[in-house]
Design a protein around this ligand. Structure first.
Ligand SMILES: NC(=O)c1ccc[n+]([C@@H]2O[C@H](COP(=O)([O-])OP(=O)(O)OC[C@H]3O[C@@H](n4cnc5c(N)ncnc54)[C@H](OP(=O)(O)O)[C@@H]3O)[C@@H](O)[C@H]2O)c1
Length: 339
């Protein structure tokens, strides 16, 4: 996921680096021997390197968000289509952590991308989240579905019905929301290099003056059972080892006294990105929070060369739209309806 209006950090598309703020150990704040790295956005806000994902397990999310905030997470990623925004809002309130201390991001879904629908879609999220603003608003995919109540509008044969507007129109409507104060930063998700370039070339002048910050979604890959079940990716997700079994991550984990999961998360952090692991289990939440530590350059490089070029999140066939067209990576399974 790419956050515009942000301080840049390395992305597949941008080599420009700016200041990565490394706060000193926050042992005092949350009793953990870990850093609390943030990147400074051009809005003036800081986006934490370690965040919390909320996809799936709707019934458990209110409690999970409450617990993750109490444990020390300050970045939460959610989306309209996850159907958990209400639970996320309740979890925030329950935690007692002041809203202004939390970086909260959500995503518009593809049936609300008509420019006339964008503001109402934001209002819907604000109501669900019970907040007056979001720190980040993203377009979930570059695919535009037909307008209307149906999140997954299909024809009589089950084929997705696409809308007539384009992601560029949607983006321009999103830019207008910045003036309302209800959105502090904008981003996109699941966009290819070319699609991002289109926004840069044809979006506003404002956009070209901004940098890019990258958030890694599904930072644990096929640890999420969803990828082993969905038609998009079940073949590849079953044949590929999980990161907990990775010989390299196990080896490096011994060096840093960390688990393979923590090594994978720390790799993202050391590359200047934000990572947003999801968990509803206390010990995992706490373990994930202790994944912000400095790694030696040679180890960062070794993990980089593990690149399997696999892609678990690829609903191209179902969405009737070729996603990630110009990005490297094995395409996910080409069939299977998921929603
Ligand atoms: N923009 C997009 O299109 C997009 C797509 C996918 C994901 N996302 C975002 O990214 C977030 C994270 O991705 P994800 O939910 O797909 O999966 P993930 O965070 O990569 O992995 C989650 C899985 O790993 C397990 N896990 C978490 N911490 C662990 C630990 N320390 N040790 C062992 N297992 C651990 C979880 O278990 P339990 O659940 O049982 O605790 C869950 O099964 C999402 O929640 C969502 O916010 C965005």
């Amino acid at each position: 996921m790419v956050v515009f209006r942000s301080l840049r950090r390395c992305s597949p598309f941008s080599s420009s680096l700016r200041r990565l703020e490394k706060l000193s150990s926050i042992r005092n704040a949350r009793g953990l021997a870990t850093r609390a790295t943030t990147s400074k956005l051009n809005t003036g806000d800081n986006i934490p390197a370690l965040g919390f994902g909320t996809f799936q397990d709707a019934d458990a999310q209110e409690d999970a968000v409450n617990r993750c905030l109490k444990a020390g997470f300050r970045l939460i990623d959610t989306a309209q289509v996850y159907n958990v925004e209400r639970e996320v809002g309740r979890g925030i309130k329950k935690s007692g952590v002041p809203r202004e201390e939390i970086f909260l991001g959500t995503k518009l879904w593809c049936n609300t991308f008509h420019p006339e629908d964008v503001e109402a879609a934001l209002e819907y999220s604000l109501q669900e989240l019970d907040t007056s603003y979001v720190d980040l608003l993203m377009m979930h995919y570059p695919v535009v579905f037909a307008r209307g109540e149906e999140r997954f509008p299909r024809d009589s044969e089950g084929k997705m019905i696409l809308g007539k507007t384009t992601y560029l129109d949607t983006w321009k409507a999103m830019e207008k929301l910045l003036k309302t104060g209800k959105v502090k930063a904008l981003g996109v998700s699941n966009f290819s290099k070319g699609e991002i370039q289109t926004l840069l070339d044809q979006g506003s002048v404002w956009l070209r003056s901004q940098g890019i910050h990258v958030m890694q979604f599904s930072p644990l890959g096929n640890m999420n059972p969803f990828y082993r079940e969905t038609g998009w990716s079940k073949d590849i997700a079953h044949t590929m080892e999980r990161i907990t079994e990775s010989p390299l991550l196990l080896e490096l984990g011994r060096k840093y006294n960390k688990t393979p999961v923590q090594m994978a998360l720390a790799w993202g952090v050391n590359n200047g990105r934000s990572v947003i692991p999801k968990s509803v289990i206390d010990w995992q939440i706490e373990q994930n929070l202790e994944a912000d530590f400095e790694m030696d350059e040679e180890d960062i490089e070794r993990i980089k060369f593990m690149d399997k070029k696999a892609r678990f999140n690829d609903p191209s066939a179902d969405y009737q739209y070729r996603l990630y067209g110009d990005l490297e990576g094995i395409e996910g399974t080409r069939d299977g309806r998921t929603h």
